[in-house]
Design a protein around this ligand. Sequence first.
Ligand code: GDP
Length: 295
Amino acid sequence: MFDSLSDKLDNALHVLKGHGQITEVNVAETLKEVRRALVDADVNYKIAKEFTNTVKEKALGQNVLTALKPGQMMVKLVKDELTELMGGDAEGINLSGNPSIILMSGLQGSGKTTFSGKLANYLKTKKSKKPLLVACDVYRPAAINQLHVVGEQIDVEVFSDEGNQDPVAISKAAIAHAKANGHNVVIIDTAGRLAIDETMMTEIANIHKAIEPQETLFVVDSMTGQDAVNTAKTFNERLNFDGVILTKLDGDTRGGAAISIKSVVNKPIKFIGTGEKMDAIDVFYPSRMADRILG
Ligand code: GDP
């Protein structure tokens, strides 16, 4: 019936106003609308509930009840809180190493390989870097091929060693190659599985330990919604990653996974992927994301 959450909340609170005093109970009712909107946007239910509890405290403290447009005030409160929740230290990528080593992690299909290419292209064109892409998936020759195709598209060299079954050795050889050839950034694309799997986690943890990257990024498909929370948690426990990449935001997802992941692992979301092409990469802006989630 109403388009935006703002309209819904304004209406709910005005109706309540007409029926006598607005109370804490009424505010709780309207916050149910907020919770519903968040869950519709794929925010994990428990996290949505915690969030609305925080907003409730603030709403009661800020005289939302006597405001002229209580719905709008509530929406502003919700938006500000969401922005703060998703914000934090998105200071970009740590490029202090020589070469700077960036390790990509995430499930198969999350968009790791595509994002590795996008990041290489971004660093090359926007930061004047000379990146080297490294294919470290020792199980799927097709994945190695895919990275070569990506590398050709953006004119960035790809290091691979087909037949070598040891991703730690490949990574080390790639870093030596980078040093010898003047590459100042090394982006390592690792093998993923369709679901969390002990072999995969051990493998990437071993690579991480051996090469000590300046930056470990966790790539997650924003369409996976609720599942994203568990995946992020497991990868973070093993890798203590530095930042999150949220892909496929060009789809029809509202992107609530951003809130869930940030709440659970408390790491900054650094970039978003907005398409299959190599230039479909954007820095993450919390307030834009809050607008999108609220609809
Ligand atoms: P990987 O298995 O994690 O390396 O994932 P891929 O990079 O191969 O991506 C899986 C699929 O998702 C491919 O078909 C990509 O073209 C697609 N993809 C990756 N990132 C995006 C994105 O931001 N938007 C869209 N629409 N598709 C994407």
